[in-house]
Design a protein around this ligand. Sequence first.
Ligand code: SF4
Ligand code: SF4
Length: 403
Amino acid sequence: MLNINEETLNQCAKCSTCTVNCPVVKVNPAFPGPKASGPDWLRLSLNGETKNEFPEGIEYCSNCKNCEIACPSGVPVAALNQLTRAAKLKKEGSGLREKLFANPRFLGKIAVNFSGIINFFTRIKILRLIGKSFFGISANIPFPPYAPISFSRWFKGYQQKVTKAAKKVVYFPGCFAEYNKPETGKALVKILNALDYEVVVPEFKCCGQPAIGNGRLEEAKQFAFHNINELKKYVKDGMPVLFSCPSCLLTFKEEYGGLLGIEEAKEVVPYLYDAGEFLGCLEFEDILESKALRGKYAYHEPCHLKAAGVGTPGLDLLNEVMVDTVMPLDAGCCGLSGSYGLKAEKEPITMAIGENLKVAIKKINPEALVTECGMCGVQLHNVSGLRVYHPLELLASNLKEND
Ligand code: SF4
Ligand code: SF4
């Protein structure tokens, strides 16, 4: 696990830049913020000067990573918060809600078989209110609907259109593309095939970000070990590994080696790419209709994409191939932060942060929205009612031989 010692904490220059950039602090006075609950509190705790075992309000941190992105001294503030929060949950015991939210793969595997009925019931207000009283699940923030067929099932039956000499890449779909929006994975496979890449999808587990966000670090570690071992088989031959979900990419790149302290993560990290980042290095001229895609779209940059440090390759690609420019929303964090906003006590925070999105969307008045993160997409739709696309979906709709 992350090494919390005087040296790490002394990196903090007490400038409060992290606190200024924390979206939760702005709307929730019960959260002391990254500096106070992270380096300040841990320093006092190491000296035995704290009254409580855990900082007050630590559970309000959404692990959005904006504090880490902003920190000029490179202090892993969000990771420090996650460690403290996980220790608190371990001591106090987490509920059924945290256990279920920690493993969306477990839920998704079952739910995708009954998607029609589950999607119908999760929209019924009275059932949502029952869910709120019994399990502490928000009654107002909509649940992401499940797809009728998972990405993996579609992929198994799909004939990839590639030559014998096709180059190979690995794809990690993540639970959202797997169970909620397989269109994202389908789009990537079709684009890659058109560029003569064969796609390999091994048996992965969840990336572990939802387990981290729900304070279940041991579970996250189990997932991480499985995924790293699976990837080692491919990266030894230099195969690139592509992600369509920024949170999954960030978890593999940063959390496995950092927060979870898994040494072997170093072996796979050099091969990991955001799908847009990888595609941005390829030649598109022959496979896309020349600037055929029209429309007024607005783009939301997910916090975890920012934290992964890859820029906005999806937005850049779209702006290359579309007639009209895709406008960036520039509204900051969406506030949903995975399962964070689906919890009843966090709902007001999520809604208050979401106000920024509402204002930014109104200003641009687009016909549809674009983002890489599935859960950001849920919040974007929630605040605007507009359709939300992954950049890969729009790119694939522009393929010359789209089927
Ligand atoms: S931004 Fe970094 S250096 Fe500044 S207070 Fe926060 S943790 Fe400390
Ligand atoms: S991870 Fe996000 S919510 Fe948590 S302290 Fe940092 S900025 Fe605030």
